[in-house]
Every structure is written in structure tokens, then in C-alpha cells.
Design a protein around this ligand. Structure first.
Ligand SMILES: [Zn+2]
Length: 227
């Protein structure tokens, strides 16, 4: 099929339903549709314009039958596209909290970038300030691929946090920039892949860091009143 065919034309050839399409740039919902009798109304992210035919076929199959199996290819496609969106320009330097009371995140980041990544990474880093009112989970750190931003929980900025622990945590989050997640055959999202876990263990004090993390959590919940 020729590239000059519009998304609407392509979809229309793949189903006997009458197709309507609106395209958008929405960042949270990439696809929705409504089916009414023999008509289907798609609301799709613009990146569907580049979707291969088998993905579009899965999309109309899904709209026709609502079978989850038809949806897997669409899910893979959305996931890959999502990863490509670069929003790092929206991160403002002034909104980053780099200097903690005890640790300067950028210094630690630069050291690890040099020692383990040949200075190849170009990421931003900040402390984040979670509110633990509901006390369900403790997030140590995270990596936002679209923002190319590492966030480290400021509750770790303590006098008794060993530097090796923080280094290990940074190394973990930085690995996420290198080891790309993927959706497996069963449609499950794989983040901490085999490759990831192997690389993670390269860090010299990996085991000690994991152990410290366990002890820290016990202490943290004791101090912050989770029974
Ligand atoms: Zn992780």
C-alpha cells in the first residue's frame, strides 16, 4: 500500500465497518474508540499515521471483536512509540533539586557516568519529595525515559545513608537509560530484564546496597508510623 494513503483510507480497507478517525496529540490516552452498529469512531494519537498495516489490522480486529489477543500488536506499537517521545526539553533546570543536605546528586551522577558508562549518558537528576500520608509504598528512585530524568527520594538524604548505597541506586536508575524495556510475547512489560539484572550485579557493592535498603525500610516505617 502506498504511503500517500491516509490513515482513514488504510483502516477502511481493513474492515467492513464504516470508519471515522480523529487524530490528536494527547499524552495520556493514545487510543479510544466507539462502535455503533456498523460504524466505528476512532480517536487516535498522531503516531498511528506511521503504524504498519498489521498493527492497523489488529486495531480494527479489536474494534470488531474486543478480543484481547487482537490487541497485543497494538499494545506493542503504542509502547514503542511512547518510549520514543522525547520531552526532556520540558525539564527546567530551576525545578531540579540537586543539592541535598548531605548529598549532591549531580556530583554522584557524574562520577558514575564516568566510571560505568564512559560518560555516554546525558540525563537530568533531582531529589523528589513524596508525601507519605497513605504509607503504602516507598519509592527509592525512578527513571522517566521521556524526560530523561532520574528522581531520587529525598528521604534518603540522611547522615546515616552510606554513599555506596546512593551510588548503587543512581547506577540502577542510570541502567534504565541503557537497558530498554520491552513488551514480551505475552504482552507483559519487561523492565528489569535479564540483561538489566546482569548489569546491575556489576556494581561492586550491589549486595550490601540491597541489604542496607532492607534495613533502611524497616527503620523508615518504624520512624514514620506504619504498623
Ligand atoms: Zn528499576
Amino acid at each position: 500500500m502506498n504511503k500517500s494513503f491516509s490513515l482513514l483510507e488504510k483502516l477502511s480497507t481493513l474492515t467492513s465497518l464504516k470508519v471515522y478517525v480523529t487524530l490528536h496529540n494527547n499524552k495520556s490516552t493514545y487510543l479510544s474508540f466507539q462502535k455503533k452498529r456498523r460504524e466505528v469512531f476512532f480517536s487516535l494519537h498522531k503516531f498511528f499515521e506511521t503504524a504498519p498495516l498489521d498493527v492497523l489490522q489488529s486495531l480494527v480486529d479489536y474494534a470488531e471483536s474486543a478480543k484481547q489477543t487482537s490487541f497485543t500488536k497494538v499494545k506493542h506499537f503504542i509502547y514503542a512509540k511512547q518510549q520514543e517521545i522525547d520531552l526532556s526539553h520540558t525539564v527546567k533546570e530551576k525545578d531540579l533539586h540537586i543539592e541535598g543536605k548531605y548529598f549532591n546528586l549531580r556530583q554522584a551522577y557524574e562520577k558514575i557516568n564516568q566510571n560505568y558508562f564512559d560518560n555516554a549518558l546525558d540525563l537530568k537528576i533531582t531529589w523528589f519529595f513524596p508525601k507519605y500520608r497513605s504509607f503504602r509504598n516507598f519509592t527509592f528512585g525512578s527513571y522517566d525515559r521521556n524526560l530523561k530524568l532520574i528522581k531520587i527520594n529525598y528521604h534518603l538524604d540522611r547522615h546515616d545513608t552510606p554513599a555506596f548505597y546512593l551510588d548503587n541506586l543512581l547506577y540502577h536508575e542510570m541502567l534504565h537509560a541503557v537497558c530498554l524495556p520491552f513488551v514480551d510475547e505475552k504482552g507483559r512489560l519487561r523492565i528489569h530484564t535479564k540483561e538489566f539484572k546482569e548489569k546491575e550485579r556489576v556494581f561492586p557493592m550491589y549486595k550490601q546496597a540491597k541489604e542496607w535498603e532492607k534495613q533502611f525500610l524497616k527503620k523508615f516505617w518504624r520512624e514514620n508510623g506504619r504498623s
